[in-house]
Write a protein that binds this ligand. Sequence first.
Ligand code: GTB
Length: 215
Amino acid sequence: MTITITAFERSPDGGRGLARDTRVRWALEEAGQPYEVRLVSFQAMKEPAHLALHPFGQIPTYEEGALALFETGAIVFHIATHHAGLLPEDANARARAVTWIFAALNTVEPPILELGTGKMLEGKKPWTKERLPLLEDRIRDRLKQLSARLVDAEWLDGGFSAGDLMMVSVLLRLKSSGLLDEYANLAAYVARGEARPAYQRAFAAQLAINKPRAG
Ligand code: GTB
């Protein structure tokens, strides 16, 4: 059955791979599943046809036959449970890998998003100058804890899993902030994720759509 995902017609990040379709593309590449992409404009995202797929009018969505999903956690989990390569066979190891998906989305991503919002949408507010260091420290708390757990391991719990895919995807957002470089093992962990051929293919596919064009 054909898998179709949605992505920005033109991502505001100009192809840096930070929009959330990249993590879904990456999961599909790891699973060896071909997929099609339907590009949507900001306007189309808020229209009934897209809202029927995504109640919050966002990307990405995932369609496969009669199934339509939204939320990257649910989409990556679905891909990982239906195809080999993203979750271990052992039941307990599998449950732990799923835990890392939730940890990435519920514990690590929120302060990173707060910083993004603080910079992009509230950058001119009078309190921003005082607030940004607080937001950065909240991220540092999480990075310090994650760094202490990872130590010098290659991945979070044994072999590469959907938990690592999600954690690396979340941490990638920090690259330009310099915060990641304060934790050498986390910077190396993210680099290992980025070096995976499946990530490279996913990144290249979104870049082909989003790279700034001359003129
Ligand atoms: N919790 C949802 C999920 O995980 O699927 C969040 C989905 C989401 O935030 N989608 C964003 C969206 O559709 C795109 S990824 N936004 C449009 C809207 O809400 O109207 C977030 C994103 C956007 C842009 C950049 N960037 O340019 O750097 C990075 C990340």
